[in-house]
Ligand binder design. Structure first.
Ligand SMILES: NC(=O)c1ccc[n+]([C@@H]2O[C@H](COP(=O)([O-])OP(=O)(O)OC[C@H]3O[C@@H](n4cnc5c(N)ncnc54)[C@H](OP(=O)(O)O)[C@@H]3O)[C@@H](O)[C@H]2O)c1
Length: 303
């Protein structure tokens, strides 16, 4: 297939592009910087510069590429996590998930591209009612009112309106995706909040890329949780992550202090977050993650 990967040089794109090429697909991959064209070409892709926030740039890139499928992997989350100023930290990512999605979908419609796969998110943001593990039937947390949640809702609705696919990836780990978090854990700047009962779902970058290849090839539509088999509370995964990166055990802070220091989003994640089930992706995509649990993945797949 002729696959257009918007955001091919990112942490996930760098794992996805080689897997697509390896499977015999023709890949057109984008970057915002001419300095990364060579990287994309060495992975076997046709490389193009594109600004996902510029409708004209997107229209031109997609129009020239004439793909059969568009895969949207554009985000701008790198740098030190700033949970307290979540909307500021996510400002560009939110634009890529709203305007960027709309530009790509418009280009898809203009150029007769029938398949569209986009990056969603399913780490801790399930509806905060009942059980700790959510399926695709459960809504994302409607109590999340920030701009990041609104951007995800926009992306999901827009892609559903197109008849496309949303891959709700868990929290990424692996080279380029978890280095900032690992550094915070080493500096003991990543404490357990309250009872640490809030759940998180993780996924290794290579497994996320593998699921994406399957979604493309199977022309699967709808929503899929792309997470490992073991959603887990912060009080379990965080001390384990600390051990795996050679850090001392994480500190513990009470909820009131965490709210002051890190803001409400961090408190919600750590105390009430809901993880996700991958049963649908296993069943309908035939996906089998190599790192079925973060326990193995944090030991073997962080660097
Ligand atoms: N808990 C979590 O899961 C978590 C939290 C924070 C960060 N992270 C991870 O940290 C890693 C780094 O995050 P990231 O999103 O900053 O970096 P990234 O993975 O390097 O960026 C993703 C892609 O988006 C592209 N992009 C950015 N702005 C664009 C624009 N205006 N137009 C078109 N494409 C654009 C980038 O292109 P170019 O780079 O080529 O310009 C890149 O290919 C990611 O894996 C992220 O998931 C994970």
């Amino acid at each position: 297939m002729r696959v257009f990967v918007a955001g091919g040089a990112g942490a996930l794109g760098r794992r996805l592009v080689p897997q697509l090429v390896e499977r015999g697909h023709e890949v057109i991959a984008t970057t915002t910087s001419a300095s990364r064209l060579g990287l994309l070409e060495r992975m076997g892709a046709e490389a193009v510069v594109m600004d996902g926030l510029d409708a004209g740039s997107v229209a031109e890139a997609v129009g020239r590429a004439r793909p059969e499928v568009i895969v949207h992997q554009m985000t701008a989350i790198s740098g030190k996590p700033d949970l307290k100023n979540f909307d500021r930290w996510f400002a560009t990512t939110n634009r890529l998930r709203t305007e960027g999605t709309d530009h790509l979908l418009a280009a898809a419609r203009t150029n007769g591209v029938s398949q569209f796969v986009a990056q969603g998110y399913a780490a801790w943001n399930g509806i905060r009612e009942d059980g700790w593990v959510k399926t695709e039937e459960d809504p994302l947390d409607p109590r999340s009112t920030g701009q990041a949640a609104a951007a995800i809702r926009h992306l999901e609705a827009a892609v559903a309106g197109f008849g496309g696919t949303v891959l709700r990836y868990g929290a990424f780990y692996g080279p380029g995706a978890s280095d900032d978090q690992a550094e915070m854990v080493r500096k003991r700047q990543y404490p357990i909040v309250g009872d640490g009962a809030g759940h998180c779902s993780w996924v290794h970058l290579d497994d996320a890329a593998g699921a994406t290849v399957l979604a493309v090839e199977r022309k699967a539509t709808g929503v899929f949780n792309i997470v490992d088999d073991e959603p887990a509370p912060a009080r379990e995964w965080l001390p384990y992550l600390a051990r795996c990166v050679g850090a001392k055990p994480p500190m513990r802070v009470p909820v009131w202090l965490a709210r002051l220091l890190a803001g409400p989003t961090a408190v919600t994640m750590m105390t009430e977050g809901r993880g996700f089930s991958n049963a649908k992706a296993r069943r309908e995509l035939g996906w089998q993650p190599h790192y079925a649990s973060w326990r193995q993945g944090f030991r073997e797949g962080l660097a």
